[in-house]
Design a protein around this ligand. Structure first.
Ligand code: PLP
Length: 438
C-alpha cells in the first residue's frame, strides 16, 4: 500500500460507533455507500457540520465536498435555513393536511422554472422517480421504460436494472429481490449512442412509455453528454410519442435554478427533483405540464401519496434555501469558483504528467484517473483506476479533506467554500496526487 508522509487520522471513536452500528443495521449503515467498502478504513461518524466543514466523532475537521451527496449547496448549518426551520418547527412537525408553506415553496419553484407547471412533493428522490415512471405509464398507456447504463435513479424496482449484453436488450436485475418480469419492462441502453436508441424504438414500437435520463449523469462518474445527443433523444421521444423524463435530483437547482434542461435547452415532459429543494431535509418532487399532471390522483387515475409529503419543516428548509439561490449572481459566483478549483487541479496534474482528468460542470466535479479527454459512457471508465482513488481518498482524509467514499461519486462545491478553503483543499489534493503517483 502506497502510504503518504502524513500519519493516519485517529478513527477510534468512529470505529467504536461502527462496531455498535453493525449490531443494529446491515453493514452498520442506513445506505450502502456510507460503509466505506471501496476506500480505506472505518466509516467516519459525523458529529457536526458548519459552513464547508464537518467534524467526525474523533474531533477531526474536514473541508467537505460530499455535501450530504448534494443537497447542501449553501453549506452545512446555513443560518437562513436553520432559522426558518426553527421558526416553523415551533408550530408543530407534521399535520398530514395542506399548509401554506407547500404553496410558498411550489410558487418559488414554478415561477422561476419553465419546465414545470404543476408539481407534487414526495419525501425522497427515489419516490419522485418512481411516481414519475408511474405517471408516464398511466399517461401513455404503455409499459416499457428506457434507461441508460450508468444512470442511477434511486432504488425503485424497475430502475435497479443494469445493461444486458447486447446493444438493445432487456435489462437484468442489479439487485436481489427485483422480479425478472419487472426488469423485462426496462430496456437499458448505453449513453451517447443514437443507433441504440433508434434500434430500441424500432424493436419496441408503440410500447415505450418514457425514456429516463439523469440531467447530467453524475452517479457513475460525471458522464457529460453532447447537446446534439440530448436533442436527438428529445426528437426520437417526440416521434414515438414517448415521454422524456429528466431526472434532475442532482442537477436540479445545482447547475442553475432550471437545472440541466435549461443547460441543454430541451423541454422534458416530466422532471424529477430532490436533494437541494429540501435544504438537507427529506424532500423529492416531480412536475410536468398541467395537462400531464392532471393524470395524478385525485384529479386523475394515477395514484400517488405520502404521509409526510410536503412536510412543513422540510418545506421551510426548501423555501429558505431556494430563496438564497435566486439572489442575483449566486450561480455565477459558485460556478466560477468551481471552474477555477477544477482547472487548477488539472493544471497541476498535467504539469506533472499525472494521468487524471478533472471533469466539471456548474459546481459538480469529478476527478477521474484517466488520460481520456472525454468519458461519456459507463464503459469508458477504467474500473482498475479506482485503486488510485482509494489511495487519494485516504491521503485526503489525512489532510482534512472529505470526499464521498467512492471514486464513482462526484464532488460538490458549495457557496460556503471560501477561496481560502478551496486553496487549502487544492494543496491537499496536490500532495495526495503526489503520493498516488509516487
Ligand atoms: N435520482 C438521482 C439522479 C439521484 O442521484 C438519486 C440519489 O442520489 C436519486 C434519484 C434518489 O434520490 P434519494 O436518494 O433521495 O431517494
Amino acid at each position: 500500500v502506497n502510504t503518504g508522509s502524513k500519519p493516519d487520522i485517529s478513527r477510534e471513536k468512529s470505529a467504536e460507533l461502527y462496531e455498535k452500528a453493525k449490531n443494529y443495521f446491515p453493514g452498520g449503515v442506513n445506505s450502502p455507500v456510507r460503509a466505506f467498502k471501496s476506500v480505506y478504513g472505518t466509516p467516519l461518524f459525523i458529529q457536526k457540520g458548519d459552513g464547508c466543514f464537518v467534524w467526525d466523532a474523533d474531533g477531526n475537521q474536514f473541508i467537505d465536498f460530499c455535501a450530504s451527496w448534494g443537497p447542501l449547496i449553501l453549506g452545512h448549518n446555513n443560518a437562513k435555513v436553520r432559522e426558518k426551520v426553527t421558526e416553523v418547527m415551533q408550530n408543530g412537525m407534521s399535520f398530514g393536511a395542506p399548509t401554506a408553506l407547500e404553496n410558498e415553496l411550489a410558487e418559488l419553484i414554478i415561477k422561476n422554472n419553465r419546465f414545470v407547471e404543476k408539481i407534487r412533493f414526495t419525501s425522497s428522490g427515489t419516490e419522485a422517480v418512481m411516481s414519475a415512471i408511474r405517471l408516464a405509464r398511466g399517461y401513455t398507456g404503455r409499459d416499457k421504460i428506457i434507461k441508460f447504463e450508468g444512470c442511477y435513479h434511486g432504488h425503485t424496482d424497475s430502475l435497479l436494472v443494469k445493461a444486458g449484453s447486447g446493444l438493445v436488450t432487456f435489462g437484468e436485475t442489479s439487485s436481489a429481490g427485483v422480479p425478472k418480469s419487472f426488469a423485462q419492462e426496462t430496456i437499458v441502453l448505453p449513453l451517447n449512442d443514437t443507433e441504440a436508441l433508434k434500434q430500441a424504438f424500432d424493436q419496441f414500437k408503440d410500447q415505450v412509455a418514457a425514456v429516463i435520463i439523469e440531467g447530467i449523469p453524475a452517479n457513475n462518474g460525471l458522464l457529460m453528454q453532447d447537446a446534439a445527443y440530448i436533442e436527438f433523444l428529445q426528437g426520437i421521444c417526440k416521434e414515438n410519442n414517448a415521454l422524456l423524463i429528466f431526472d434532475e435530483v442532482i442537477t436540479g437547482f445545482r447547475l442553475g435554478f432550471e437545472g440541466a434542461a435549461a443547460h441543454y435547452g430541451v423541454k422534458p415532459d416530466i422532471v424529477t427533483y430532490g436533494k437541494i429543494i429540501g435544504g438537507g431535509l427529506p424532500v423529492g418532487m416531480y412536475g410536468a405540464s398541467a395537462e400531464i399532471m392532471g393524470h395524478i390522483s385525485p384529479d386523475g387515475g394515477v395514484y400517488q401519496a405520502g404521509t409526510l409529503s410536503g412536510n412543513p419543516v422540510a418545506m421551510a428548509a426548501g423555501i429558505a434555501q431556494l430563496t438564497e439561490l435566486l439572489r442575483s449572481g449566486f450561480y455565477k459566483d459558485l460556478n466560477n469558483k468551481t471552474s477555477e478549483f477544477a482547472e487548477s487541479i488539472q493544471r497541476f496534474a498535467t504539469a506533472r504528467n499525472y494521468k487524471i482528468k478533472v471533469f466539471y460542470i456548474g459546481s459538480i466535479f469529478w476527478i477521474a484517473f484517466t488520460d481520456k479527454d472525454k468519458i461519456q459512457t459507463a464503459a469508458d471508465i477504467d474500473h482498475n483506476s479506482m485503486e488510485k482513488f482509494k489511495v487519494m481518498h485516504r491521503e485526503l482524509l489525512n489532510r482534512g479533506i472529505y470526499l464521498g467514499p467512492s471514486g464513482y461519486e462526484v464532488g460538490f462545491v458549495s457557496a460556503a467554500h471560501t477561496k481560502i478553503e478551496l486553496e487549502k483543499a487544492k494543496r491537499a489534493i496536490f500532495d495526495s496526487l503526489d503520493v498516488v503517483f509516487r
